[in-house]
Each structure stands twice: as C-alpha cells, then as structure tokens.
Design a protein around this ligand. Structure first.
Ligand SMILES: *Cc1c(COP(=O)(O)O)cnc(C)c1O
Length: 354
C-alpha cells in the first residue's frame, strides 16, 4: 500500500513522475537505451537539461530578465560557501532563522566579515525576526525563506538595498512571490523538486564577476553559466526527474495553482493543531510554514498511542527533528490533500481514545 509520506526530505514526488522516471531507466525516449547509460552530451540529455532550466525560469516568472538557471552538485550545503566565494568581497549581512542559516553563516565567515542583522535563536528559532535593518555597505543580504526544521517561513521579504540571496530549498515552487526581488536563489532538489543529487541555482548574471579573489572552476558560477551546467558531468538522473516534476507542476497550472492546494493542506493541519487540546503548535502563528508544520503533544504520555495510530494509518515520516522534538508534517507540493485529511482524522482519533 502506498504510504502517506510526510517526510522532510528526500520526500514525496508525484506518482506520475515516479512512473515515468522508472520507465526511463529501462528505455529512455524509445531510444533502446536507459537514461542511466547515455552520455550527458547526447542530444536527448542536452534537451532535458535545457527544458529543466527553461521550466525553472518560466515557473518563477524570471524569463528574459537577466537570470540564468543552473543545476549543480554538492547540495544546498555547497551553496553556503559558493555564494560567499562568488559574492563576498568584504562584508555580508545574514538573517539567522535556524539550523540552515547558522550553517550558511559559518561557511561565509571563511570569506569575510559577517553581520548577523537579526536572529531568532533566543526562542529556539520558533519565529521570524522582523524590523531589522540591512546595512548598505555589505555585498549582499542572505536569508532562508523556509526553515525546514523549525517550521517557520518568511512571509514578507525585506526591501533589500543590496543583492538579495535566498536559500529556498524547502519552499521553492510552492507559493507565488515576486521572484525578481531576489538576485540569487538556491535550492537542493530533494525537498520540493526532485530526488537528492542536484541543486537548482537561479542567479542574476549582473551580480557576478565583482570579487577580486580567484575562484576554483567548480565553484565559479560564471564557469557553470558558460558551460550551461555541463562543465563537468551533471547528475543526469536527478536533473531528469526534476524536469519531470517541473513539467507536472506546469501542467497542473504552475505556482498559482499549487499554492492554493498548499494553503488548503496547511490550514487543515493548523486548524486541528489549534482546535485539539492534545496538540500545541511550535512556530509562532504569524510565521507558520505552509510546507513544514511543527507541533508537540501536550500530554507526553500519549506519545506511544499517537505513534501507533499514525503508523497504523499508513503515515510515514512524522517524527520531528531532534532539535525541536514532537512532530513535523512536511507537506511538499506532491503530497495530496487526502494525506493531510488522514493525519487530521488520526489526531481526532487520539482525542477519542485518550
Ligand atoms: C535541507 C536543507 C539544506 C541542506 O541541503 P543539502 O542539499 O542536504 O545540502 C539547506 N537549506 C535548507 C533550507 C534545507 O531545508
């Protein structure tokens, strides 16, 4: 039986994508070859890469606006240092909203001075700081749009006087924003776009080429742009599956349509968290993520019963991250509303049985 997969990442992808991707392993495009055995320079794969890049820009509304889309390796974690390598000359400004921002700051410190404009560490990252100011003398401002572990999400981005860099690993393609306010966006594929193994980078070309340091080729955005993400062998299969997921999203009506579904899923779960006296939300209400809902039990002794109930209902991946505890329901694009409805039923069932 197919599970209701609330896993935080790698995570659920559309069933139709799993089917098509599995068929391509045996025979890709009726070529008599598997996608796993073809050259990354073959015509068939070059067109996959081009379509993946084009769909990324199209879905974000960034076509013909001076942006390039790249599919790189090394995960979002490599972007923590690559952004700094390519953009940081003297000083950069960072907003610290959780584990991933903290890691990004740690890497960037290797390249220059970091000004932390605000942090929500004082309350174990259960809210998004607001009302901070961004220094005009920094090279860029970095933030994390969605905090996968703590379940908070930036709803309104600051008007940044300097280039705006954003880690969107866990909410890219999930909600409509004016994406042209960002100068560089990066996202590991495995949270909302594809399998692990590739990272999408969207970069405005005009912000590059300004640092004086020498940049190793593999870490140089301009080199990857010049080679259209084929400087070295790309993650062929991960890019292919990401492309299929982007096609699926476009056929569904794009970000506007998926956002409506995502909002429905998020309201269903948060409504129950707030209604049911056995649960308590972790994140401050105004900053709640529509992708990762974090909550705890108000009566810890019910843990075993609750775990038994959700497992019996075919739910997978509901345990919270160790730094928060409790539970985390990750509701990425491909998770159907029905799965959230099943979870809500289980939460109500706990109340009946407790
Ligand atoms: C998962 C995650 C990362 C790390 O991604 P890797 O691809 O494992 O390096 C970074 N930032 C955010 C917001 C994440 O959710």
């Amino acid at each position: 039986m197919k599970k209701h997969n609330f896993s935080a990442g790698p995570c659920i992808l559309p069933q139709s994508v799993f089917k098509e991707a599995s068929e391509a392993i045996l025979d890709f495009n009726n070529s008599g070859l598997s996608i796993l055995e073809i050259s990354h320079r073959s015509k068939d794969f070059v067109s996959v890469m081009e379509e993946a890049q084009q769909l990324s820009l199209e879905l974000l509304g960034l076509e013909n606006k001076g942006y390039k889309a790249l599919f790189l390796q090394g995960g979002a974690s490599t972007q923590f240092l690559m952004t700094a390598y390519n953009l940081l000359e003297k000083k950069a400004a960072y907003l610290n909203t959780g584990t991933w921002s903290t890691k990004a700051i740690k890497e960037a410190k290797l390249f220059g001075e970091i000004e932390e404009v605000a942090s929500s560490k004082d309350k174990n990252f259960n809210y998004i700081p607001k009302g901070y100011s961004i220094p005009t003398n920094a090279d860029y401002f970095h933030c994390t749009s969605n905090n996968t572990i703590f379940g908070t999400q930036i709803k309104e981005f600051p008007n940044s006087p300097i280039p705006l860099v954003c880690d969107m690993s866990s909410d890219i393609f999930s909600r409509n924003l004016d994406f042209s306010q960002f100068d560089l966006i990066y996202a590991g594929a495995q949270k909302n776009m594809g399998p692990a193994g590739t990272t999408l980078v969207i970069v405005k070309e005009s912000i590059l080429g300004k640092v004086t340091r020498q940049i190793p080729s593999m870490l140089d955005y301009q080199i990857h742009i010049g080679k259209e993400s084929m400087f070295n062998t790309p993650s062929v299969y991960a890019v292919y599956v990401s492309m299929l997921t982007l096609r699926w999203l476009k056929d569904l009506g794009g970000i506007n349509e998926i956002e409506k579904i995502n909002n429905k899923k998020a309201s269903a779960i948060y409504q129950e968290v707030d209604r049911n006296p056995l649960f308590k939300g972790y994140a401050e209400k105004a900053d709640r993520s529509i992708m990762n809902a974090t909550f705890t039990l108000t009566e810890p002794k019910l843990e075993e019963l609750f775990n038994d109930l959700w497992k019996a209902a075919g739910i997978n991946g509901l345990n919270g991250h160790r730094s928060v505890g409790g539970y985390r329901a990750s509701m990425y694009n491909a998770l159907p509303l029905e799965s959230v409805e099943i979870l809500v039923q289980v939460m109500k069932e706990l109340e009946t049985q407790a």
